[in-house]
Design a protein around this ligand. Structure first.
Ligand code: BGC
Length: 761
């Protein structure tokens, strides 16, 4: 790692696993398109590579036959497609082919510049015959012109003059990656795209339109190659594979650059994706590439200024945290058609599906720093609300909406319902995110237009999924966040989420009524005062399991009756358990894949006293494997809350470098975006003690031992607030906006300008 802004690896390991991980780590994305960072010239034939470009929300439908045709089981799924590949640039110097795996690699590095939004690759290479070149590659997916991806491929002849030839390809004959032995990626790979149109409108150009086989969508890719010196261009094109041979000569010491522009458009967003691609290409070429680089930097200047999270005292960790935040801005959808996949746009793990990861792990970052993006993410959920209503009917519910556990455009895509569709908490998670957006922005118009409808419909679902029994409201046969414990009664987390959801349905009803804005939504969905009274009763009667003997909240009704899994004596190579044990076997033990009740104790901390939270935390620590990347960040936050600072720092460290160090051994399939958002939360909610509550914003920062200082910013109700914590004091600064009441270290106060607190809080 080099500076605070540039993540760099030198002397690249060229073994196959390292190459695969780097394809992910250095991918370029902008919320709309994502391109893995494959070597332009390719790999040896026996190498496994995931060569991919993806469009957020662009998918085909794949069959997912169930062996036993039970009622309502899902038999098809949406799967994010790998679309036409524009990455390939092969290089010949004096007839010799450049390859990292032949000749001699003298120097090599890859980098990601997070201030500029550009990835780089530098190689100094000597061919078998002794020709020495420097290859410099810069790649960018533009934040300003979302369909644009550029590769600038620069060659410098270091010790010879001679022939130079680029072979630049545009390949529509692509498939998705698969691994039949890993449930976290697709098991089979089919051809999902059929070519409809291919043309080479001008020298160095190619355009292709491909249609999906089942979802009736189309994608256009338009490529243009521009050489910095006069060159002869020869085209070879067949079967949706275009190859431009670009021949020229190079003198010793001279630099020749091939600039390759690619535009991606799709029929989800464009009526005519070819026309859209032509327009975007024209726009891309209307200014020099440097201008696009400048705009990229401008965009990121604003982003970092709003989202700054600066750490002093541990440069490596500071860089890792910045890397995580950068991945969040690369991954978040910018319109209502695309959300934020579990792997962002970096790979094919989980097939590009959106999960609860968005609302509970990634969205909090945007809610606090970039509320427009947060609102977009809710727009997406609003857009698929009808599909969620339909999903609820499939599962037998007469009322309400049940969001799919995993989806791209709204339909449930989970093939294994015990740890998929049964995770009803996703409804509460989405409602929670809507409320958080409201609490952070007070954007009541949005609530009136869209947000409240989501909260009402999810609240209705709880009324249908749960029932009153002996004065308590119970929710049976659901799965909580912990996927090692499935189909249980009264999962603590789920019930707490449902309670919050019901509470806010009632609150939004009241607020809308007061504002005279209730009628449109209530009439639209036929919501009555009687229903609201029912919500209120269920909220009050909600059963939250508590074990008197242990003084903890059991994860569900049967959790504590089970034998504890012997985590300490399980062979290290048997983790994650899901890859080594039959699910049913795992379900019979007290063993958690991830934070579950502990997550509830963070999110709904006021539902229990501190000692219950403390005992529960200690208990769940002994039964949690953290096999999911969504876990350690949450343990870090709760450890902070409990004052267990060393532990908090350790859990935080595990989460910070999870992808950079490939700690879960599957970074090749894509980044773990939820963990990245969780890592942000571990700082801001954990060390910073931030909470968004009905009574306002709470802060209670402390300085983790190894750090000298840290700073973060929050956009709260139209104000920009900066929090700086160092060894001596905590400073809370109102950077812009009117004075605002806040809770700091548990005391209500008004932030007018600057507030200072001594470090000993
Ligand atoms: C976790 C889920 C998560 C999914 C996608 C699973 O391993 O258990 O909580 O939603 O990954 O990230």
């Amino acid at each position: 790692m080099s500076s605070q802004w540039v993540y760099e690896i030198r002397d690249l390991d060229l073994d196959n696993p390292s190459c695969l991980v780097n394809e992910t780590i250095f991918h370029n994305a902008n919320g709309y398109i994502g391109v893995r960072s494959n070597f332009e010239e390719g790999y040896p034939e026996n190498y496994d590579t995931i060569r991919g470009s993806y469009i957020n929300g662009f998918y085909d439908i794949a069959k997912m036959p169930q062996a036993e045709k039970l009622c309502g089981l899902i038999e098809e799924k949406q799967t994010m497609l790998n679309v036409a590949d524009p990455q390939t640039i092969r290089l010949k110097i004096n007839g010799e082919v450049f390859s990292m795996f032949e000749g001699t690699v003298e120097e090599s590095s890859r980098s990601l510049d997070m201030a500029r939004g550009i990835t780089g690759r530098r190689v100094v290479w000597t061919s078998t015959k002794g020709h020495k070149i420097q290859v410099l590659v810069r790649r960018m997916t533009s934040f300003k012109l979302l369909p644009l991806f550029t590769i600038e491929y620069e060659i410098r002849a270091l010790n010879f003059s001679g022939d130079l030839c680029f072979i630049s390809e545009h390949n529509g004959d692509v498939r998705n990656y698969c691994n039949p032995n890993d449930p976290r990626v697709a098991g089979e790979s089919f051809v999902h795209l059929k070519g409809r149109m291919m043309e080479t409108p001008a020298p160095g150009e190619s355009m292709m339109v491909m249609d999906t086989v089942s979802s009736r969508l189309s994608v256009c890719t338009y490529v243009k190659n521009i050489c910095s010196v006069p060159a002869k261009m020869t085209c070879h094109a067949n079967d949706y594979h275009v190859s431009w041979e670009i021949g020229t000569s190079i003198q010793q010491g001279q630099t020749v650059t091939l600039t390759k522009y690619t535009i991606y458009t799709d029929s989800v967003r464009y009526k005519d994706c070819c026309a859209g691609a032509r327009r975007a290409m024209e726009e891309a070429l209307s200014v020099p590439l440097q201008q696009w680089y400048d705009w990229q930097k401008d965009y990121l200047d604003v982003f970092w200024n709003q989202s700054a999270l600066d750490i002093e005292g541990d440069d490596d960790l500071a860089l890792a945290v910045r890397y995580n935040l950068y991945q969040l801005i690369q991954s978040a959808g910018r319109d209502k058609y695309g959300n934020m996949a579990a792997k962002g746009l970096s790979g094919e793990g989980y097939e590009g599906h959106y999960f609860w990861d968005t609302e509970m792990y990634m969205q909090p970052f945007f809610t606090l720093t970039n509320p427009d993006i947060s609102r977009n993410l809710i727009d997406f959920r609003y857009e698929i609300l009808d599909a969620a209503r339909e999903n609820a009917r499939i599962l037998g519910h007469k009322k309400g909406a049940l969001y799919p556990w995993r989806t791209i455009s709204g339909k449930e895509c989970s093939g294994y319902f015990p740890s998929g569709s049964a995770q009803y908490h996703i409804d509460g998670d989405i409602a929670y995110a809507v409320v958080a957006y409201y609490l952070a922005t007070l954007d009541f118009d949005y609530i009136a237009q869209k947000g409240a409808e989501i909260v009402f419909e999810t609240a209705r679902l709880w009324m249908d999924a749960g029932n009153f029994h002996k004065g308590r409201f119970l929710i049976n046969a659901v799965t909580g966040p912990d996927e090692y414990t499935c189909i249980v009664n009264n999962n603590y987390y789920t019930n707490a989420c449902a309670q919050y959801n019901l509470h806010w349905a009632v609150r939004f009803w009241e607020l809308l009524e007061e504002a005279g804005q209730l009628a449109p939504v209530a009439e639209k969905i036929g919501l009555t005062r009687e229903e609201i009274l029912g919500f209120e009763q269920a909220e009050k009667a909600m059963y939250l399991p508590y074990d008197e003997e242990l003084g903890i909240n059991p994860q569900d009704d049967s959790f504590l009756q089970k034998e504890k899994w012997d985590i300490a004596n399980t062979p290290k190579d048997h983790f994650p358990l899901l890859l080594h044990y039959h699910p049913l076997y795992i379900y019979r033990f007290q063993v958690c894949k991830q934070a579950d009740t502990v997550l509830a104790h963070f999110i709904f901390e006021d539902a229990q006293d501190l000692e219950t939270i403390r005992r529960s935390f200690a208990y769940y620590e002994t039964v949690t494997t953290h096999d999911s990347s969504l876990s350690t960040c949450i343990y870090s936050i709760v450890a902070s809350k409990l004052g267990e600072r060393e532990k908090a720092y350790q859990y935080f460290g595990d989460s910070a470098k999870l992808d950079l160090f490939n700690l879960h051994h599957n970074t090749k399939d894509g980044i773990h975006t939820a963990n990245m958002g969780g890592n942000y939360m571990a700082v801001v909610y954990g060390f910073g003690g931030l909470r968004l509550k009905e009574d306002g914003l709470h802060l209670a920062p402390y300085l983790p031992g190894p750090w000298k200082a840290y700073t973060f910013k929050v956009h709260y109700r139209g104000r920009n607030i900066k929090v700086c914590v160092d060894e001596n004091k905590t400073t809370v600064l109102l950077e812009s906006g009117d004075a605002v009441p806040l809770w700091i270290y548990g005391k209500e106060t008004v932030l007018e300008n600057t507030l200072e607190f001594s470090a000993q809080q």
